[in-house]
Design a protein around this ligand. Structure first.
Ligand code: AHM
Ligand code: MG
Length: 335
């Protein structure tokens, strides 16, 4: 990135907003606040390896403050930043049982609600692999001027206004999608700003990588096993079978899928027919991003974005990624 050509995420979102004369700038402000939360979480994530030196969870640090687990820290950071901004009426977090409605006047008059998974893939922290924050933004359906209600958070993904993630990887990036498309911004540490690095991200129609926790095979239905055999033996992208890659951190696996193409799957199985991943916190935002980039996301009979949620923490099987690969998988497992 040459310094003279840097476009910060703020500059970019404001320029995009100007395409809509009726826009108030609230969405740009909300994205900026989410970026701020990402920078604060990033600072803490980068210190994770020093935890044994600085003090473990439960211990107190030199300032006498108790050390917090990173996922708790990320959750509290997002809740507080979004409470103090005036664009968000309330939040729902993968870490909390229920949604939180903010009660001050500014929040009651805000038109958006935000759902997030504050630190997805947190089991990867100990091994220094990439983790991430996932977020979704909906326009509330409850009346302005009141506190928001659960109904605001149980909207299907096809009502999303924006969704994105922040990946704490070898660099820190924020990627967000609106119906206008998907753009990626890399944190430039010297100025502390996310700068446009991946404009107009597109997911290739075909890819070479399948991504799944294949250790669960013993529990898979026969149709799923047949598809895995296809991936390992018959698929011939570039004359050789697909490559398998699985980090076990959805943000990292999806980021690779978005950039390189491929398919990511967390199917249902005999012991967990709905799989593991959460519709509202993980699958809908990723489906929205991938579709905005030209990809596809289904459970096995329905578009993820069309599923009407009935509870905040519901799980759903997911097949997501390059359009043609997802369609091929459905020839095996589609119901
Ligand atoms: P988490 O929200 O508890 O971190 O779990 C979600 C994570 C995803 O990031 C990842 O895709 C999946 O769990 C991995 O699960 P598994 O270890 O069963 O393969
Ligand atoms: Mg998660």
């Amino acid at each position: 990135m040459s310094q003279s050509k840097l476009i910060t995420m703020d500059e970019f979102t404001i320029q995009e907003t100007r395409k809509f004369p009726q826009a108030t700038g609230d969405l740009s402000a909300l994205l900026r606040d989410l970026g701020l939360a990402g920078k604060i979480i990033n600072k803490q994530v980068r210190k994770a390896g020093l935890v044994d030196i600085l003090g473990k969870h439960g211990a107190t640090n030199v300032q006498g403050e108790e050390q917090m687990k990173l996922d708790v820290f990320a959750n509290e950071t997002l809740i507080n930043i979004l409470k103090n901004c005036s664009e968000c009426a309330g939040i729902a977090s993968e870490e909390n049982d229920n949604h939180v409605s903010y009660e001050d006047t500014f929040s009651c008059n805000a038109k958006y609600v935000v759902l997030f998974d504050p630190l997805d893939g947190s089991s990867n922290i100990d091994v220094n692999a990439s983790i991430g924050t996932i977020f979704s933004i909906y326009r509330r359906v409850s009346p302005l001027g009141t506190t928001c209600t659960e109904e605001d958070f149980l909207q299907p993904g096809n009502k999303l206004v924006a969704a994105g993630y922040i990946i704490y990887g070898s660099s820190t990036m924020m990627v967000y999608a609106t119906k206008l498309g998907v753009n990626g911004f890399t944190l430039e540490p010297s100025i502390g700003e996310f700068c446009l690095s991946h404009p107009n991200m597109q997911c290739k129609e075909n890819g070479k990588i399948y991504s799944i926790n294949q250790g669960n095979s013993v529990k898979y239905e026969d149709s799923m096993l047949a598809y895995l055999r296809y991936c390992m033996e018959e698929s011939k992208e570039d004359g050789r079978p697909y490559t398998q890659r699985y980090i076990g951190s959805m943000v990292a696996d999806m980021h690779r899928t978005l950039i390189k193409g491929g398919i990511f799957m967390y199917p249902g199985d005999k012991s967990a027919p709905k799989g593991k991943l959460r519709l509202q916190y993980e699958c809908n935002p990723m489906a929205f991003i991938l579709e905005a980039a030209g990809g596809k996301a289904v459970n096995n009979h329905e578009r993820i974005l069309d599923i009407v949620p009935t509870e905040l923490h519901q799980r759903v099987p997911i097949f997501i990624g390059s359009k043609n690969m997802v369609e091929k998988a459905m020839e095996f497992v589609g119901a």
